[in-house]
Design a protein around this ligand. Structure first.
Ligand code: AMP
Length: 192
């Protein structure tokens, strides 16, 4: 099963992804984690992208699609599915994802949209800033990340709606309630 989790920064994508991938034995495909690791390890790519991540901008499609391509090849067949968290982030990436999955004889099963309003997203990021000390969780960078989400990622909702793949879940419930709803939904897909 191949699932994309979509939602603005602060929607709880990462938190839910952690719970889902463990329960269903999916590979947690977090492009943000992969990129932060490149930065931490000071790889060539890591050095190129550090300032872009810290500014809350998207890194180039060419780099991210190459990374995703390599990881799909490496992980395909080793897990019960993929849970994409943070990819795709724009239409070109969504089209590239379809192509890469086709190459491995796979198709996207569903897209789960976690919706939260802006006030709630800001509140959560401020909390995460204290807990995780992420460089890109300060107020200016958050504004930039929200803007990128609205301009580039939000159009994906229409794209996937037209493909009948979009499923909305209210992300403003408790972590447990959101998780139960997602689990039930994934189980219902498995049984069809
Ligand atoms: P995230 O942890 O998903 O919020 O990602 C953190 C940062 O990594 C983003 O603000 C971007 O700078 C970069 N990033 C993660 N995924 C992508 C992607 N699919 N395309 C471009 N940049 C990305």
């Amino acid at each position: 099963m191949i699932i994309v989790l979509l939602g603005p920064p602060g929607s709880g994508k990462g938190t839910q992804a952690e719970l889902i991938y463990k329960k269903f034995n999916f590979f947690h495909f977090s492009t943000g984690n992969i990129l932060r690791n490149e930065v931490k390890e000071k790889t060539k790519i890591g050095q190129e992208i550090e300032s872009i991540i810290n500014a809350g901008k998207l890194i180039s499609d060419k780099i991210i699609i190459q990374i995703v391509d390599n990881k799909i090849t490496e992980k395909l067949g080793h897990y019960k599915g993929f849970l994409f968290d943070g990819f795709p982030r724009n239409l070109d990436q969504a089209q590239a994802l379809d192509t890469l999955l086709n190459k491995g004889n796979q198709t996207l099963s569903t897209v789960i949209q976690l919706y939260v309003d802006e006030k709630e997203a800001v509140k959560r990021i401020q909390k995460r800033k204290l807990e995780e000390k992420r460089q890109d969780d300060n107020e200016d960078v958050l504004k930039s990340r929200l803007k990128v989400y609205l301009n580039e990622t939000k159009p994906l909702l229409d794209f996937y709606q037209k493909e009948n793949k979009l499923n909305k879940i209210n992300g403003m419930q408790t972590i447990n309630d959101v998780n139960n709803q997602i689990n039930d939904f994934i189980l219902s897909l498995k049984n069809t």
